[in-house]
Write a protein that binds this ligand. Structure first.
Ligand SMILES: *Cc1c(COP(=O)(O)O)cnc(C)c1O
Length: 392
């Protein structure tokens, strides 16, 4: 195996084996025919290209991203499968979409007409999926608006567009209260009703898809052409509800001890003096901060793992460094590995734990891991690649 170097300051370990086992678990669970892997936002911070290539080797043949740049990044990594852009692309980019075999979402008749005009001008035909708004309230043709069926019929008739798919998005499939359950069921009905209304006009699609991670996990009587799996691929749960399949977290966040010192009582630590020692303490400094995407809101709250034990963060987290109390951990020294998220011995810290403390969701925390944090890909016990966004 070739030797792979990276700056051993702060790094994210991406476990390809975990990604593959998550895919297998999801695939075994869902009744939908295939998985469309959602790798937007740089694969939820895991690295979109490497994630997509690993999943392609597992049999995934459709990827979803948020925008054109993300789609082109996948092509740069030689991902050859279909790619759906879930959101807006300026119509003047039609020929870039075409040249790179990228499928565009059309979310209104106006947008479809403009995109069609551009395609006719360029003499190309673009693959598109129609987006329905069945209750998400974001983008899409509102299914129960008076003209929805006519709008869809017109889009399908446009010669510059090849309408292969139709999809919608569930807003509340991750919630298990009565009202949310009823809402999701109503969204499912609105979606399938629209499919029926179109079938009555002999309109069929080769790519019908509705479920996100929570939808495929908790509404498993559904069977469409694709289920769009995002967060579950990365081994994280879409909600507090326990999942009907087993996942393994894909990302761990690592750093090292840069300095260990003993301080007397009454020593203040970090900006703003939010922590002051009440006794002699051993304190370790760790070279990770909020500029790496480790939230400042975790100051004086979260733990890290050193030598398999929890050490509490003391004082305010800085841009590039933070301090932890290692008074009760034997033998801590510079260059000891630090686990901010992940497993060390019998101890584990999860993104869910940190999300709870910061009042957000695991999705946001993985996306926020900064681009100066190299992604270190591990497979079969070896480092197979390092992705350094700041390549020198
Ligand atoms: C992000 C997104 C998904 C994936 O959502 P998860 O909850 O991560 O599975 C699916 N569909 C659309 C339209 C999205 O924007």
């Amino acid at each position: 195996m070739e030797h792979i170097h990276f700056l051993k300051r702060t790094w994210a370990v991406i476990d390809i084996d975990a990604l593959k086992s998550n895919y297998a678990a999801i695939k075994a669970h869902t009744r939908s025919k295939k998985i469309m892997a959602v790798v937007k936002a740089d694969g939820y911070g895991h690295g979109d290209g490497m994630t997509a290539l690993a999943l392609e080797r597992c049999g995934v043949d459709f990827f979803a991203v948020s925008n054109l740049d993300e789609a082109l990044m996948l092509r740069k990594f030689s991902v050859s499968s279909d790619i759906l852009i879930l959101g807006f692309t300026p119509v003047e980019c039609a020929s870039i979409l075409y040249r790179n075999r990228i499928t565009q979402t059309v979310f209104s008749l106006d947008y479809a007409r403009l995109l069609n005009d551009e395609c006719l001008k360029k003499g190309i035909t673009l693959d598109v999926h129609i987006k329905l708004d069945t209750g998400m309230g974001r983008i899409g043709i509102v299914d129960d608006s008076p003209n929805s069926v006519e709008d869809i019929v017109e889009i399908i008739s446009l010669k510059g567009l090849n309408t292969e798919g139709i999809f919608s998005h569930l807003s509340s499939a991750d919630c298990d209260d009565e009202a949310s359950l009823a809402y999701t069921k109503a969204q499912i009905k609105r979606y399938t009703d629209m499919l029926k209304r179109l079938e009555e006009k002999s309109i069929h699609f080769s790519a019908v898809h509705l479920q996100n991670s929570a939808g495929l996990a908790f509404f498993n009587d559904l069977s469409f052409d694709y289920a769009r799996a995002g967060i579950v691929l990365y081994g994280l749960a879409p909600s507090h509800m326990s999942l009907p399949f087993k996942l393994t977290p894909v990302m761990s966040l690592k750093s090292v001890v840069s300095l260990v010192k003993t301080v007397p009582a009454n020593t203040s630590i970090s900006y703003g003096r939010t922590f002051c020692s009440d006794r002699e303490m051993r304190i370790a400094t760790i070279p990770i901060g909020y500029a790496d995407g480790y939230p400042r809101l975790l100051s004086n709250k979260a733990d890290v793992l050193i030598r398999g034990k929890r050490a509490k963060i003391i004082g305010n987290i800085c841009m590039d460094q933070l301090m932890v109390d290692v008074s009760d951990i034997e033998g801590v020294q510079p260059l000891d590995e630090v686990t901010l998220v992940g497993q060390d011995g019998d101890s584990r810290i999860t993104f869910d734990e940190l999300a709870e403390m910061t009042g957000t969701i695991n999705y946001e925390l993985v996306c926020l891991i900064g681009k100066r944090v190299p992604r270190v890909y591990r497979q079969d016990g070896e480092t197979v690649r390092v992705l350094d966004y700041l390549d020198k």
